[in-house]
Design a protein around this ligand. Structure first.
Ligand code: HEM
Length: 468
């Protein structure tokens, strides 16, 4: 029903719907559906129909969506913080204190921003693992995996540049240690470090540079790549979860994929999940304050001076390898191998199966156990027994503490690969997965050792001694 002067429908519900939809409810035929897709924001982000099995929470664990939610929370709280923060050594620390006393909900907003940023590193990493272990990076999703690797690096860069902004002791020294890793880059290292820091040391220019990167360059790049990433998920569609026997998970043994409409099936789940997660993060932020130590003092270095937690694996590597290997060669090879991973040959039939196969699962457990046992042993051996530069004083340290241990490590990995392939009579795909698990768990163990088992002078000690 319409009236002559006002052609809009009488029914308020219908009017509200049309104001959002830009159109009346279209008829349920093909053209109507197409018109609805064209005029609907949600259906620009999602396809109009999705495969029902992909709605299963224990397939994606909501990790991509949670990463997106965190990016949104970070943008909102970040803009709020910009109103009360000036990136200058004279004011930055005081601004942090003012947030606690002068600004309504200031501390809560800072807590939300701080914890969401740290959580995003963990969530993006877990999302990467989920994609790897379910084979979600295979054709046609290889390029989206590369976009994902770029996102992970940007997320770490965003965290690192934000770390400095409170201008307390923690910030100042973590950035001093973290940025010193750059100077090991041959030829351009020192120049690049000076360029990023705005001088040879962390100072006022560093704060301005990091602020610019943190609030403009990195978020804009991140948003651009996130949009591209989500658009590719829409175009490539999500991989379909399968059981060990290859049947589609959630389809009673069938091979036909049932489709359901995105509205309401997917969107309702996304809204509930986003609300629950926002609530949980809010509760955590109310309960746990973001750390703030004494104001930055360039003349007094804490002992030990540690990098941010997500760089502690690298800092630990540096204690065992020549810096060119610990800070440059090993991380660069790791990132390159990660980015190029989807272009390796994989069993396509295993797409959507957690850990590829039953054998794949067993081999993944062996990989994890090997790293859990071998890495602490190597660390202890290197700390108390092995002293390669001391044992081979005639060799330059880049050989005795770089090329030699690196070659030994490579040989061990090749031996592990070959041994596992023969022992389990496994495919290359299952064996590579086991090596991947070994390397990921090794990196996590190194990070934990760096965070919890390194105390004064970066000596090995128990966590309670580190804390005391
Ligand atoms: C800011 C970080 C990121 C955001 C916001 C994000 C967002 C998303 C979303 C919403 C999905 C669909 C739902 C899901 O699979 O959970 C997705 C899928 C995907 N993501 Fe990400 N992602 C991020 C980081 C990454 C990383 C680090 C990688 C891997 C290196 C990655 C690779 C992929 C791939 C290949 C898919 C398709 C998976 C499939 O079809 O099974 N993403 N991402």
């Amino acid at each position: 029903m319409t009236n002559e002067l006002d052609p809009r429908p009488e029914d308020l519900k219908q009017r509200v719907w049309e104001s959002i939809q830009r159109d009346e409810l279209p008829p349920r035929d093909d053209r109507g559906r197409m018109r609805m897709v064209m005029n609907n924001l949600v259906l620009h982000l999602h396809p109009s129909k999705v495969a029902k099995p992909t709605l299963k929470f224990t397939y994606t664990w909501g990790l991509g969506g949670l990463a997106l939610l965190l990016v949104m929370l970070l943008s909102i709280t970040g803009v709020m913080l910009m109103f009360v923060y000036t990136p200058s050594p004279q004011t930055a620390y005081q601004d942090m204190l003012n947030l606690q006393t002068e600004v309504w909900f200031g501390q809560l907003i800072r807590n939300l921003h701080h914890w969401s940023g740290n959580l995003l590193v963990i969530v993006a990493f877990l999302h990467l693992l989920r994609i790897f272990f379910t084979g979600g990076f295979r054709t046609p999703r290889e390029f989206n995996w590369i976009l994902g690797v770029a996102l992970l690096l940007l997320v770490i860069a965003a965290n690192f540049t934000g770390y400095l902004l409170p201008w307390d002791q923690l910030a100042y020294w973590a950035v001093t240690v973290g940025s010193s890793l750059l100077s090991y880059l041959p030829v351009i290292g020192e120049g690049l470090r000076n360029f990023l820091l705005g001088g040879p040391e962390v100072g006022a220019a560093t704060l301005t540079n990091f602020y610019g990167m943190h609030v403009a360059i990195i978020p804009l790049t991140l948003m651009g790549i996130v949009s591209f990433h989500i658009w590719r998920v829409r175009k490539d569609t999500l991989s379909i979860p399968r059981k060990l026997d290859g049947s589609i998970d959630g389809s009673d043994g069938g091979t036909q994929v049932e489709k359901v409409t995105t509205l309401p099936h997917l969107v309702s789940r996304e809204v509930v999940f986003a609300l629950l997660m926002t609530g949980a993060i809010l509760l955590w932020a109310v309960w746990m304050n973001a750390p703030l130590e004494a104001a930055a003092n360039p003349d007094h270095s804490p002992n030990p001076a540690k990098a941010a937690w997500y760089f502690m694996g690298l800092q630990e590597l540096l204690l065992h390898f020549h810096p060119v290997f610990g800070a440059i060669i090993i991380p660069t090879l790791g990132i390159a191998a990660l980015a190029l991973l989807p272009y390796q040959r994989f069993d396509l039939s295993a797409e959507g199966v957690w850990f590829r196969s039953r054998k794949g699962r067993q081999m993944a457990i062996v990989g994890a156990l090997t790293a859990l046992i071998a890495v602490p042993l190597f660390v202890i051996l290197d700390e108390y027994v092995l002293d390669l530069p001391g044992m081979l004083p005639s060799l330059p340290t880049i050989i005795s503490n770089g090329w030699l241990p690196f070659a030994a490590l490579l040989l061990l990995l090749i031996g592990y690969y070959d041994g596992m392939k023969r022992l389990f009579k496994a495919t290359a795909c299952e064996t590579r997965q086991s090596v991947f698990v070994l390397l990921v768990v090794a990196f996590v163990v190194l990070t934990v050792i760096g965070i919890a088992f390194r105390g004064e002078g970066m000596a090995l000690m128990f966590p309670w001694e580190v804390l005391s």
